[in-house]
Design a protein around this ligand. Structure first.
Ligand code: SAH
Length: 350
């Protein structure tokens, strides 16, 4: 462990940074492309990089480690192929990631932080606060580990697991660039989705930095009063301000924005709530993703009844709003939204 802390996680390095390192270690720049390619394949041992000279492999191992998380627990849903993993990093930080199969491809939902400090009252990930943010390379490690574990390709990455990506924006943007890197995993920007609880200043920044990456905003309410009841972030950034930032996002990127709306019985699921939401969203490029609340142990909120879900959806649709009800995958293994919580421990650490 002490040895590891003096070394750097080589997965944190961009190709350019790796080129500099390789040159500092006395080798040719092009070797970095080879090493970068091996890392993107999930190689965990420098000695397995058999087209890289032994001397460079040795000096890389002296200076760096390959910081993939260990999968300390993995659960496979019997019904739909969903795999949930509890990962542990070298310092003991724990996060979860979920692999899901859809008709359009395989998707992984990764965590951006161990724990979360946003405090949404219906969400399990935030119950023990924030332990620490993850680095770009650790997020990449979540994807690489899942690929190895499932033996499957991954077509989409959604940053919707534990944590608030816009509370760790620098590393999240570093991760997007890393995984998009043509000599690395080479995942298209359009196959990446970031979900935020609504940190307004970062939404603007994100629109400029990553106009091709999909944005989802956790709205969960038709107005400030209701939003404040469940999401403390609404006290920092009001509803109007959030709507303005989202409109600005679509103006800059010309991309459809997704609003997530967890239906909570008696809190935000009435006809009036649907009408108010529809009038807020009227006339701009959006998509509403209704998620019947996944009930979390230790939280009071209950999920909406099936007929209310349908009624809510129909009301939005009748007012011209694009809406889907999210299929719940992996709920038999607590892998559904808001149920991710580094279990057997106090959220995010041993
Ligand atoms: N912090 C980010 C991403 C993580 S949460 C965000 O807030 O968007 C991913 C999604 O799951 C968010 O829309 C979140 O509000 C939602 N969610 C959290 N708890 C939930 C629950 N118990 N049931 C349904 N959705 C939930």
């Amino acid at each position: 462990m002490t040895e590891i802390t003096n070394k750097k996680n080589i997965l944190d390095l961009s190709l350019e940074e790796l080129e500099n390192l390789v040159q500092e270690l006395g080798d040719k720049k092009f070797r970095a492309v080879q090493v970068f390619g091996w890392l993107a394949k999930g190689t965990e041992d420098f000695d397995a990089m058999n087209n890289v000279p032994a001397g460079l492999r040795k000096s890389l191992a002296e200076n760096c480690y390959i910081g993939m998380p260990e999968a300390v627990l993995s659960q496979h849903s019997s019904s739909d192929g969903t795999v949930k993993c509890l990962y542990e990093f070298a310092d003991g930080a724990r996060v979860e990631a979920v692999f899901m199969k859809y008709s359009y491809g395989n998707s992984i939902c990764i965590s951006s932080q161990a724990g979360c400090r946003m405090g949404c009252k219906f969400c399990a990930s935030t119950m023990d606060g924030l332990h620490r943010s993850l680095t770009r390379g650790e997020m990449l490690g979540e994807v690489l580990r899942m690929k190895k574990l499932t033996g499957e390709n991954i077509n989409h990455v959604v940053i919707m697991g534990m944590g608030e990506p816009f509370d760790n924006y620098q590393e999240v943007s570093g991760f997007i660039r890393l995984i998009n890197s043509p000599k690395g995993v080479n995942l298209s920007m359009r196959n990446i989705t970031v979900s935020t609880c609504g940190i307004v200043p970062v939404i603007g920044q994100f629109a400029h930095d990553f106009p091709q990456v999909n944005l989802a905003v956790s709205l969960h309410a038709p107005n400030d009063d209701i939003r404040r009841r469940t999401m403390p972030v609404a006290n920092a950034y009001g509803y109007d301000e959030l709507m303005q930032a989202c409109k600005e996002y679509t103006r800059i990127t010309h991309r459809r924005i997704t609003f997530e709306y967890a239906l909570i019985r008696g809190v935000n699921d009435s006809k009036e709530n649907a009408d108010e939401l529809a009038s807020n969203l009227k006339g701009w490029l959006t998509h509403v993703n209704l998620i019947p609340l996944n009930e979390v142990k230790g939280r009071d909120f209950r999920t909406s009844e099936g007929k209310n879900v349908l009624e809510f959806k129909n009301r939005l649709e009748s007012k011209g709003i694009a809406v889907t009800v999210r299929r719940t995958l992996g709920s038999d293994i607590d892998a559904a939204c808001g149920q991710l919580r580094a279990s057997n421990g106090n959220g995010g650490h041993r």
